[in-house]
Design a protein around this ligand. Structure first.
Ligand SMILES: CC(C)(COP(=O)(O)OP(=O)(O)OC[C@H]1O[C@@H](n2cnc3c(N)ncnc32)[C@H](O)[C@@H]1OP(=O)(O)O)[C@@H](O)C(=O)NCCC(=O)NCCSC(=O)C[C@H](O)C(=O)O
Ligand code: MG
Length: 285
């Protein structure tokens, strides 16, 4: 199945140690959840968080929300036990942090045979290997880790994300070349709605499927930014109608709003309508 057939507009991190937040997420309007056992969980809490998360996933109640578990790396004392604990618990995907090589994905794939793999893209080596990682047969999604990446690059955070843009677009190219999902990094200032909106718009303009989030207050902004607008849906419908009419008249090109429409634009128009339909279906559940 095409991993991009479902929406990933809003992907909320929840620390695996926070019982109240884990429960609250059962009612939040997110497309996906990253249940985190890595950086959001303190070292002394890791074993208890792992047990709590396995029990929480088995208890269910997350409806159609896509459930991703971020485990610790296999070069830490916790990674392999995390994977063993969540195997069979009902996760839709397992997310490995700081992925740099396909050998790391092979290791994870062997440890959890039946669950799709996702990769955090957040180190210079990982970004440079994006194409090989995206081509891994078990990999279905990239999540940009812009905090770790900024730390590794030694760059400054700027509203236009100048220093990160090359990495973001490089990973997008790899993801699109291999048909996997690509979700943008987090916006740390979770009370700054205008800043989040601008960064979501930038991510959408670049081509990301959605944005990772750290707080429930960020969900509505991401859901709106990564959904087709009414104007885009209306244009898509008019382009399809005009092109079909042109074809009936033996033409290969139509004109809508003063712009040419060819079959490649119809592919995009159909994708826009399919995305809108998938969102409507998800929201109806
Ligand atoms: C950022 C926070 C620490 C803020 O927490 P808090 O002060 O408790 O927020 P509020 O009081 O405003 O919370 C209001 C209610 O919302 C619930 N809540 C808060 N956050 C979440 C959440 N993420 N998911 C679900 N529910 C949440 C609270 O429980 C309150 O509920 P109630 O009591 O019923 O009213 C906190 O938001 C937080 O911990 N966020 C997640 C941080 C995180 O996961 N960080 C790791 C991922 S980021 C990263 O590592 C990216 C990558 O690797 C990189 O390198 O860039
Ligand atoms: Mg990180």
């Amino acid at each position: 199945m095409d991993p991009r057939a479902r929406p990933f507009r809003s992907v909320l991190y929840i620390p695996g140690s926070k019982d109240r937040a884990l429960d609250k997420a059962r009612g939040l309007p997110v497309d996906a959840i990253i249940f985190d056992l890595e950086d959001a969980v303190a070292v002394e809490e890791k074993p208890a968080a792992r047990t709590l998360l396995a029990e929480t996933l088995k208890a269910g109640g997350y409806g159609s929300r896509f459930r991703i578990v971020r485990v610790n790396g296999f070069d830490t004392p916790w990674g392999r036990d995390d994977v063993a604990a969540i195997a069979g618990a009902g996760a839709d995907a397992v997310l490995l942090p700081k992925v740099e090589t396909t050998a790391q994905l092979d290791d994870l794939a062997a440890a959890i045979p039946d669950v799709p793999l996702w990769a955090m893209m957040e180190t210079p080596k990982g970004i440079l290997n994006a194409e090989a990682l995206a081509a891994h047969p078990r990999l279905e999604g990239f999540v940009m880790g812009t905090n770790d990446l900024a730390k590794e690059l030694g760059c400054r955070f700027r509203p236009d994300r100048l220093a990160l843009t090359a990495s973001l677009t490089h990973c997008l190219l790899a993801a699109r070349a291999h048909g996997i999902v690509a979700v943008d990094g987090v916006y740390n200032a979770f009370k700054d709605e205008a800043g989040l909106k601008a960064e979501c718009e930038q991510g959408r303009d670049l081509g990301f499927d959605g944005k990772t989030l750290i707080h429930p207050a960020q969900i509505a902004i991401a859901n709106a930014a990564f959904a087709p607008t009414e104007a885009e849906i209306d244009l898509a419908r008019r382009q399809i109608a005009a092109f079909e009419e042109a074809e009936r008249a033996g033409q290969g090109v139509a004109v809508v709003d003063g712009r040419i429409v060819e079959n490649l634009h119809i592919v995009t128009a159909r994708e826009t309508l399919a995305k809108a339909a998938a969102i409507a279906e998800l929201e109806a559940v």
